[in-house]
Design a protein. Structure first.
Lengths: 384, 528
């Protein structure tokens, strides 16, 4: 069907697609969870907010699970190295992710304000810690991570949990959190009314400004103060996955090489800077018509797409650069599964993703409405 | 070398998190079909009580489902965080069924579970029923792909070692799907889940019948669970995965350990009902045996032998020595000496590479292993017998008690005498933990019985860990135990609260606690 080189490239695209899918779907309900304490002042308003994603958060979360499992299947070395290397960061993410399913399902089961506000806090933590850690982790990828392999490909990671946090990685963490919050706010503007929608729009405007500035600042840092990586030996793009036989060096600003070679790619970060501004404009419109709300949501989706793509393109073909042993850096050419597995998984993805998107959209369509305080009060016992 | 403490702690953490997760999964697997059956009756007959049944048992299902989702995330993380060498070594093969599980099963289940809970007013009756069906289907597909992955660990077909990438690689995916071990495991495990779901509904319905409330509701629930459960328990026992034990060396070892069969006996072998296994002497003391039974169960024949552990170990010794040769050539190949002769010699011996790796526990270089170290590796090549032996017996005993209970429940229910049989209702109520005992011990037999391997004859468990400090894993293990305990308390609190409340939790105004407020004011407040 495809040759190995093409398969490798397609899987780079697909992993990106799955993570973007996660950020747009699950990122939305994480944003909603993060906004919850700020846009809902009464219990019934909290329920309005939660019920906009109540029927969908679980399906959305599968984007995350599938992206992780696809990493395992398609880039096993990346999965092994990143998850074990970032051990405590991963554990922190995992433990905070426990809180979401329970908060969604258990919160409204007991009619006690204390019980409910505690679950609201849990939902906030479970919604904000994962994007923060993912953002910090992505910043670390750009900086390079200290790991190396022995002759039998056992990975040893020499960093520590606290070393993950540098000014740059904290900045990428802020970018990631703001991305989710902005997306959550445009969702709430679209799906709620009255006070909740108004507060969401107000917060969304502020967030979008912060996001634009943080993203632009991160870009400047990548250009000026973060060393990029580049391969100086030839890469056998058709070759087997042997990540320790190439030569890699670091150079200031090297992460911008791809953009310099193909200037058209500058469009991607440009969209990432421009769309939050556009969204902020839409959110400031006083009485928002449906197209305005929908465009704001599409805008925040494109913000996510372009920010993730910006980082991915900058690093291409690197996936996980090693700061302690640069020659052992993992590239999308040499960290992959065998040709057979990539081909098989490509087929499975090609068959199932359209089906998944189909029934997911059907469910969204069926549940589509403006969630109001009146509706929640009417369905006191069945709503989340 | 890898520290023993790290290996032990990593194993404990995986066992704790997997066993905990597996408290909730079987109930989800079983209840989804029971909910579908109840809702299907509602859609066909239009009788409200069946909708109430679907909604009420669905409420309990939801409490269980949420914690199942939460703890399931751990399993996805842990291969990478704690078993990173494993992830590298077999990700090419093992990752595929996990990813397919996500795409084919998880999306389906999780998307429609939202429709199940919140779609009642927004979907037509038939659409909602279809959603419930897809949710059940997704749940069962999920079990299928997980057990295909697990079956491959037990019997790694369809794959080959590649010295260049230093890992197992996929050769034939159809062999992995149609792996006989995976097939029997799937049937056995999902049927076990159906039993758990049935027992759950049966026990709680018995409680209402004993309390004499919501009788119509409880009797109908009881009937559905009795019928479904009887079919399920027969499937579990008759299609028990014993029949999978003749496939693959490690399955044969597991079978011998289950039976504490140290000596190979002339066919057909006797079944050791009970006894005291002794790994040092390699004898089972005070054994009570049933003639012929094991030969019949395990080989389905009268003339095939069931090999004992002594002979199995004896056969492993030459394979370990062969594995040392494989390792020697592997090191040469990895060092760039990939001459055709070296490749040929490696290929001749590579099927025993895993056995050679067993020596890594004692010597990092493998090829310099002393005679004593080889003998220790031989001893290591089969699991400790007593835990497997006893766990298996607990599983089977629980299974047979449940078989009896389901038969009686079905019989008296069919004769419409179940309300009078209070002793039976009480027994069923107290039998509620049995499916969980059977399921957890069964899981233990399957996974502990596979030791010392993570991937049978390919990758030893102790080599599979990440390069972490033992203290890191100790820290996370303690955190898991604390957090899981808290989650468990919260879950049980809600579960017991709503189970006791019964269908009154639906606030339809038709059920017990809504009829007699003066009796129930304490329970009624604070629920929605």
């Amino acid at each position: 069907m495809f040759d190995y080189e093409t398969l490798k490239f397609l899987w780079w695209c697909l992993i990106g697609f799955l993570f973007i899918g996660f950020a747009i779907t699950d990122g939305m309900d994480m944003g909603v969870g993060g906004l919850l304490p700020f846009v809902a002042k009464r219990d019934v308003e909290s329920r309005v907010v939660i019920n906009t994603v109540g029927a969908h958060w679980d399906g959305n979360q599968v984007w995350f699970i599938t992206a992780g499992a696809s990493l395992f299947a398609a880039w096993p070395l990346v999965y092994a190295t990143a998850f074990s290397g970032f051990y405590f960061a991963m554990m922190l993410t995992l433990f905070s992710l426990f809180l979401r399913p329970l908060a969604f399902d258990y919160r409204s089961k007991i009619d006690s304000l204390k019980w409910r506000t505690n679950w609201d806090k849990a939902l906030f933590v479970g919604s904000m810690v994962p994007p923060l850690v993912f953002g910090v982790a992505f910043g670390n990828l750009l900086q390079g991570v200290p790991f190396s392999f022995d002759s039998l490909m056992r990975v040893t990671y020499t960093g520590s949990f606290f070393a993950l946090f540098t000014p740059f990685t904290l900045l990428t963490g802020v970018v990631s959190v703001c991305m989710m919050l902005l997306h959550g706010s445009t969702w709430l503007v679209m799906r709620t009314d009255a006070d909740v929608a108004q507060r969401s729009a107000n917060i969304g405007r502020v967030i979008s400004v912060v996001l634009t500035l943080a993203f632009a600042l991160a870009g400047v840092m990548v250009w000026q103060s973060i060393d990029g990586y580049l391969v100086i030996s030839t890469i056998d793009t058709m070759g087997q996955a042997q990540p320790t036989i190439k030569e890699v060096t670091t150079a200031s600003g090297a992460w911008l090489d791809n953009y310099k070679e193909t200037p058209l790619l500058w469009l991607v970060p440009a969209v990432g800077v421009a769309t939050p501004v556009f969204v902020a404009f839409l959110l400031s419109i006083k009485s928002k018509s449906t197209p305005v709300k929908v465009f704001a949501f599409i805008g925040s989706s494109f913000t996510i797409i372009s920010i993730i793509l910006t980082a991915g393109i900058a690093m291409f073909p690197f996936v996980l650069p090693s700061s302690s042993q640069p020659n052992h850096s993992l590239l999308m050419w040499d960290t992959v599964s065998s040709e057979g597995t990539l081909g098989l998984m490509l087929t499975v993805v090609a068959v199932f993703i359209p089906i998944i998107i189909g029934y997911t959209l059907w469910c969204y369509k069926k549940m589509w409405r403006t969630v109001t305080v009146a509706e929640i009060e009417q369905n006191n016992h069945t709503a989340y | 070398m890898i520290s023993e403490a790290l290996v032990e702690l990593s194993r404990w953490q995986f066992a704790v998190t997997a066993l905990f997760h597996f408290l909730f999964v079987p109930l989800t697997i079983g209840l989804t079909w029971i909910l579908f059956i109840m809702e299907a009756v509602y859609v066909m007959t239009g009788r409200e009580i069946y909708r109430d049944m679907t909604k009420f048992w669905g409420k309990l299902f939801g409490i269980n489902f949420a914690i199942g989702v939460a703890t399931g995330l751990t399993m996805e993380f842990e291969f990478g965080t704690n078993w990173s060498y494993y992830s590298h070594y077999v990700g090419d093969v093992f990752g595929a069924p996990l990813a397919i599980e996500g795409l084919m099963a998880f999306f389906l289940e999780s998307t429609f579970v939202g429709m199940f809970f919140l779609g009642w007013d927004r979907l037509s009756k038939r659409q909602h029923l279809m959603g419930t069906f897809l949710m059940a289907l997704g749940t069962n597909f999920s079990a299928l792909w997980i057990l295909i992955a697990n079956g491959w660990m037990q019997n790694p077909v369809g794959s080959e070692f590649n010295y260049m990438t230093m890992r197992m690689e996929l050769v034939s995916f159809s062999e992995i799907i149609f792996n006989p071990v995976a097939q029997v495991k799937f049937i056995h495990t999902v049927a076990g889940g159906y039993v758990a779901g049935s027992m759950f509904v049966l026990s709680i319905s018995s409680y209402y019948l004993l309390k004499g409330r919501d009788i119509a509701f409880a009797k109908r629930s009881f009937s559905v669970a009795a019928g479904f459960g009887l079919a399920a328990i027969f499937s579990v026992i008759l299609l028990g995965d014993e029949s999978g034990y003749e496939v693959g060396e490690v399955q044969r070892v597991k079978l011998a350990a289950i039976e504490a069969e140290y000596h190979t006996e002339p066919a057909p072998a006797a079944f050791t009902l009970i006894g005291i296994p002794d790994d040092e002497a390699m004898e089972t003391h005070y054994a009570v045996k049933i003639p012929y039974a094991l030969g019949l169960i395990a080989t389905r024949s009268l003339d095939e032998q069931v090999t004992g552990l002594r002979d199995l170990q004896k056969a492993h010794e030459p394979r370990i020595r062969n594995g040392m040769i494989a390792y020697k050539y592997l090191v040469k190949l990895r060092n760039g000496e990939d001459t055709p002769e070296n490749i040929a010699k490696f290929n001749e011996t590579k099927h025993d590479l895993g056995y050679g790796l067993l020596l890594k526990r004692y010597t990092d270089k493998v090829v310099d292993a002393t005679e004593a170290q080889i003998q220790m590796a031989v001893k290591d090549s089969t699991p400790p017998v007593a835990p497997v032996f006893w766990a298996f017996r607990m599983m089977v005993a629980s299974g047979f008690i449940m078989l009896l209970l389901f038969c009686l429940a079905f019989y008296f229910n069919a004769r419409r005498q179940i309300e009078q049989k209070r002793w039976l209702l009480k027994s069923i109520f107290y039998a509620l933990p049995l499916p969980w005992i059977a399921i957890e011990t069964g899981w233990f037999v399957a996974e502990f019985g596979r030791q010392p391997w993570a991937i049978s004859e390919v990758l030893p468990t102790f080599l599979s860990t990440s390069s972490l400090a033992a203290s890191d894993v100790l820290f996370s293990l303690v955190a898991f135990i604390i957090v899981y305990s808290i989650l468990f308390v919260i879950e049980m609190y809600l579960m017991i609260k709503f189970a006791r409340l019964g269908p009154s939790a639906l606030h339809t105004g038709r059920y017990h606690f809504e009829q007699a407020p003066e009796l129930t004011s304490g329970l009624r407040s604070q629920n929605s």
